[in-house]
Design a binder for this molecule. Structure first.
Ligand code: IMP
Length: 426
């Protein structure tokens, strides 16, 4: 399985795309259209929110029970794939996945506006309100689309309550039952063929000896339970959640590949100890094209944080790492890497603070590594990298005691270097 080891946007899509070539099934287990990945393959650029990038390799693509689906976005992706000549026949969606409804989007937007300075900086795609309704047992699921009577009834019941919220609490426009119901009845027709028992499908594939790639969205530090709460998403990106999100036992997961950028980015609000001060932040942003796939927002950029990564290794059980976008660092003569945090009382720690106040107030302690200051995007093997670039990767391995098996040096699929001997893990 593949998990984001930072705050999302680590380049998981490209790694999934690469590893999907040798997999039979690619399955997503949480998140929704808040995710966005860009894949460049065969000279073509693809941007997906819902679809696992395995679709380009013609693999069975599963959206598991833990995912939330915005039918309009999803159908747009299905249509675009078909229009550009990629069959969506191998797509399967769990009937247990929850649907994002128009009131979820409206409440997400209204709630962020109301929070003002205290806002979370969500993607405003309705993710939090949808997962909240799921936990409150008020949600509408993909399988509800299969029965027009149930669908209309559930929309009616939910809307009666949501409109009160929208009007009275948020001062927003109410939604019109007829419009919502008609829209979802139309979506139902289009989505029906893709609905399946995906837990059974994945189980059967595993029993038959097929290989399944589980694809996490967002990242460890955005995890609802283990991330930097409340500046997190409303699902669990961590590896353990893949078992519940798909509906398989945790003992089926054989290897956990963590994906981390060679530096760090974060979109949205919340503490970020290694955020770069001064013009280097903009330099990293420009060189790394660090603008959100989903919202177009500028990503905040920081130096590599090994304290955060060590935590990600722990909470996910990461067995190997992919370090992406190493090429972005080629421009810098010196590369600070955060090896410890200094807490407010002066103590230093190399473990992620368990208490939010410690994390909010900590300062990064850097070790400065030499840069290589030459382009690396045409290097074809790890050993061909400049000594300082190899040194940077090896420093990460030594500090975390985890092998870095893949190194990203550019946007295309081919620009991922597999380390000899370690490739088997990936
Ligand atoms: P939400 O998931 O839209 O509720 O947003 C909650 C937080 O997660 C915000 O800080 C978002 O910027 C962040 N977030 C959600 N999805 C992604 C992602 O795919 N990449 C990076 N950040 C994300």
């Amino acid at each position: 399985m593949i998990v984001g080891a930072q705050w999302g946007d680590e380049g998981k899509g490209k790694v999934v795309d690469l590893l999907a070539q040798d997999s039979d099934i690619v399955a997503r287990y949480q998140g929704g259209p808040n995710a966005g990945h860009t894949v460049i393959a065969g000279g073509e650029t693809w941007k997906f929110h819902h679809m696992p990038s395995g679709i380009l390799a013609g693999k069975t693509c599963v959206l598991g029970a833990g995912v939330v689906i915005d039918p309009e976005t999803f159908i747009r992706e299905l249509d675009e794939l078909e229009e550009r000549g990629v069959s969506t026949e191998p797509v399967r969606v769990s009937g247990n996945a929850h649907l994002i409804m128009p009131w979820h989007v409206a409440i997400d937007q209204a709630s962020e506006r109301r929070l003002g300075k205290l806002k979370i900086g969500t993607t405003r795609r309705g993710i939090g309100p949808c997962y909240a309704d799921k936990a409150a047992r008020l949600g509408i699921r993909v399988q509800d689309l299969l029965d027009p009577k149930i669908l209309r009834q559930k929309i009616e019941v939910a809307l009666a309550e949501k409109n009160v919220w929208l009007e009275r609490v948020y001062g927003a426009e109410p939604l019109v039952l007829e419009e919502v119901a008609e829209g979802y009845e139309r979506y139902a027709q289009r989505l029906r063929p893709y609905v399946a028992d995906t837990s059974l499908l994945v189980d059967r594939a595993l029993r038959a000896g097929e290989s399944v790639l589980l694809e996490g969205a967002q990242g460890t530090l955005l995890d609802l339970d283990h991330g930097t709460y409340p500046f997190v998403t409303s699902s669990n990106p961590v590896a353990g959640a893949a078992a519940t999100g798909i509906g398989i036992g945790p003992n089926r997961i054989e290897a956990v590949l963590g994906v981390a950028k060679a530096y760090v980015t974060r979109v949205g609000e919340g503490p970020f100890p290694t955020e770069i001060e001064g013009p280097d932040q903009e330099r990293v942003r420009d060189l790394g094209h660090e603008f959100g796939t989903t919202t177009g927002r500028e990503r905040r950029c920081g130096w590599l944080d090994l304290v955060g990564l060590r935590y990600a290794v722990r909470v996910n059980g990461i067995t190997s790492l992919a370090l992406t976008k190493l090429d972005v660092l080629s421009a810098f003569a010196e590369l600070p890497v955060c090896v410890r945090y200094r807490l407010e009382d002066g103590r230093e720690t190399d473990e992620f603070p368990a208490h939010q106040s410690d994390f909010h107030h900590c300062r990064p302690v850097y070790e400065t590594l030499p840069g290589w200051q030459e382009p690396i995007d045409s290097v074809s093997g790890f050993d061909g990298l400049p000594a300082s670039a190899r040194g940077y990767v090896e420093f990460v391995e030594r500090e975390l005691e985890v092998d870095v098996t893949l190194v990203g040096t550019g946007a295309e699929r081919e620009r991922v270097l597999a380390r000899a001997g370690a490739a088997a893990t990936a």
